[in-house]
Design a protein around this ligand. Structure first.
Ligand SMILES: [Zn+2]
Length: 261
């Protein structure tokens, strides 16, 4: 890990934990989705993000930055900028899902975890990305017309992409185990907020606020804590995987005693 390496190199007493950016979706006049009882996605995302921050600081000695820590509006490209300036080890964007019609609202519940790809993994994934990207369309046309170029550039950073996939699976597995929510799988889609990030990045749809039972459950602070703890568990597992890979790699570069170069 960069943070680890850096602090050991310069020998400071600074936090040796990972640097993590958490992005609570929406904010300000952008409410996001809402539940029948009036729970707003922007508030839910912020509540879970704050709990996740506290958990990561306590368990991993992490340096955690929220892209917003109040009810403020932040453009999608500003979120990416805030994140990259931290040079984070990973990025997590927190959102909640909803369905447009009454019959779909009754049926659809569960958790989805996304990582970036140029093509959506299905029709539903495409719709979720379209909804979450709506703010980008409002802010500038150029932003979305450059979308494909952004994605292609990003996908060229193959290792970051591969690590985003690992992060998504680790977090999703931990979430399903920890919350017992319905498993809607790890999916891929072209999310604007994941483009241009220079770190492994995922977007989590923590549940459907539009579902009668799940919407109510999501409003419960204890359940929000369970979600935060589960995400933190997944992040911990991911960081352990990366650390194991990196240490294997550095072993591989150590020359054999007496060996020629
Ligand atoms: Zn959202």
């Amino acid at each position: 890990m960069r943070a680890l390496l850096l602090s050991s190199l310069i020998g400071t007493a600074a936090s040796a934990g990972p640097v993590i950016v958490i992005d609570p979706g929406h904010g300000g006049n952008q409410d996001g989705a809402s539940s029948p009882a009036g729970l707003l996605e922007k508030n839910l995302a912020l509540a879970i993000s704050k709990k996740l921050k506290a958990k990561l600081e306590a368990d991993l000695d992490a340096k955690v930055k929220l892209t917003r820590d109040g009810d403020s509006r932040l453009h999608l490209d500003e979120r990416v900028g805030v994140a990259n300036r931290q040079r984070p080890d990973l990025f997590v964007s927190i959102h909640a899902n909803s369905m447009p019609t009454a019959s779909q609202r009754r049926i659809n519940e569960g958790i989805e975890t996304y990582f970036l790809s140029a093509a959506a993994s299905g029709e539903d994934a495409k719709k979720v990305a379209a909804r979450e990207n709506a703010e980008a369309r409002q802010q500038s046309k150029a932003a979305t017309s450059d979308t494909l170029a952004f994605i292609l550039a990003d996908l060229q950073k193959a290792e970051t992409h591969h690590d985003s996939s690992r992060l998504a699976y680790a977090v999703h597995e931990s979430l399903i185990e920890g919350t017992k929510a319905q498993d809607r799988g790890v999916q891929q889609a072209p999310f604007y907020v994941l483009m241009g990030l220079e770190a492994p990045a995922v977007l989590i749809e923590v549940g459907f606020v539009s579902h009668p039972r799940e919407g109510e459950r999501l409003g419960d602070a204890k359940y929000q804590q369970q979600i935060a703890d589960s995400i933190a568990g997944g992040i911990k597992a991911f960081l352990a995987q990366v650390e194991a890979r990196d240490s294997k790699r550095s072993e591989g570069t150590v020359p054999e005693p007496g060996g020629s170069k």
